[in-house]
Design a protein around this ligand. Structure first.
Ligand code: APR
Length: 311
């Protein structure tokens, strides 16, 4: 029986894209195609990564290209193309430029890989997923965005630092849009199953929540010339892995919600089951009135942003 490896295309071979390729290669998730508008750059990074394979011992084909024909028949396409934030910029400031980029990219991807699952990373995230869905015409289970895994990972990191425990034993949940109005849920965040409110006083939890909300900005202000890339790329590859291996992991992702959580047809951060069919289920949890209010506020921010988009 002939066996074919999965094919992962990563659009945008910048910091997030190239590092995502690195994680995917180490995990041997499949053959990797890196594509960018800059000539030579994706080819150079792909060759460099291929030359690390004998040292690290991974088996996959890694190519770099500027030609969408080479992305043909991808199983997963990760879109990281776009401009990153600079100090003082909000994710929303990127709206106009990244809408044009994500639109152009999605048109090409939809043409060459009509059956792929699209995972968007470009910011402002929730709005860019909307663009990718609208332009591709793909079913809603096949278009999603990476935000919650990263936001939850940041929350987990800060909880582990505060309690001096292993990050492995910390679980955290974050809902809503990937913006300053995101909704970390302390009562669904646990250390080895113990809810966070049993371990920390409210003011300490609030400080960790606040740092999580501003987590992206904290990195931007330190880097000064770009935004975070290690944790974002690791997060998107965890999502890709769950889909490619049909792991059915439950992650917070920007997924299409209509009746779910009364969102009314937008992509926002909710817990979803990720398997071979992409988003296989949006899991609805009961929110307290305060949590619901914060979630609705976050969804409203996404709605307002999407209203400004013309695709
Ligand atoms: N097609 C393909 N690639 C493009 C296009 C396009 N139309 N436009 C820009 N790019 C490429 C750039 O050439 C660059 O190599 O996208 C890449 C983006 O890489 P970086 O500038 O290094 O940005 P990065 O830090 O990777 O962030 C990418 O992810 O987290 C988000 O906010 C972040 O939107 C940003 C995206």
């Amino acid at each position: 029986m002939a066996f074919k490896r999965n094919k992962i295309t990563i659009v945008g071979a910048g910091f997030v894209g190239a590092t995502a390729a690195h994680w995917a290669a180490i995990k041997e998730l499949g053959d990797i195609c890196l594509i960018d508008i800059i000539e030579g750059m994706p080819q150079g990074k792909a060759l460099d990564l291929a030359e690390a394979a004998p040292v690290e011992g991974y088996n996959c084909e890694i190519i770099g290209t500027n030609n969408y024909e080479d992305t043909k028949d991808s199983d997963i396409v990760i879109i990281t193309a776009g401009l990153p934030r600079k100090p003082g910029m909000s994710r929303d400031d990127l709206l106009e430029k990244n809408t044009a980029i994500v639109k152009a990219v999605t048109e090409q991807i939809a043409k060459y890989s009509p059956n792929a699952v699209l995972i968007v990373v470009s910011n402002p995230l929730d709005a860019m997923v909307y663009v990718a869905h609208k332009v591709s015409g793909f079913p809603t289970n096949k278009v999603l965005g990476m935000a919650g895994v990263l936001d939850a990972a940041r929350f987990r990191t800060f909880i582990a630092m505060e309690l001096d425990v292993s990050v492995e034993d910390v679980n955290a949940f974050v809902l809503g849009g990937h913006g300053d109005s995101m909704v970390p849920l302390p009562r669904y965040s646990t250390v080895a199953g113990i809810p966070l409110p049993d371990l920390l006083p409210p003011d300490k939890i609030e400080a960790l929540v606040d740092r999580t909300r501003k987590g992206g900005g904290e990195i931007v202000s330190l880097l000064k010339t770009g935004s975070a890339f290690f944790a974002p790329s690791a997060s998107v590859i965890a999502m890709a892995e769950s889909i490619l291996k049909d792991q059915k992991r439950v992650f917070p992702c920007a997924a299409y919600c209509d009746k779910e959580y009364d969102v009314g047809g937008y992509f926002v951060g909710v817990p979803v089951k990720l398997g071979g069919n992409g988003v296989e289920q949006v899991i609805e949890i009961k929110l307290t009135p305060e949590e619901k209010e914060a979630f609705d506020k976050s969804v409203e921010a996404v709605r307002q942003l999407v209203k400004k988009i013309n695709v």
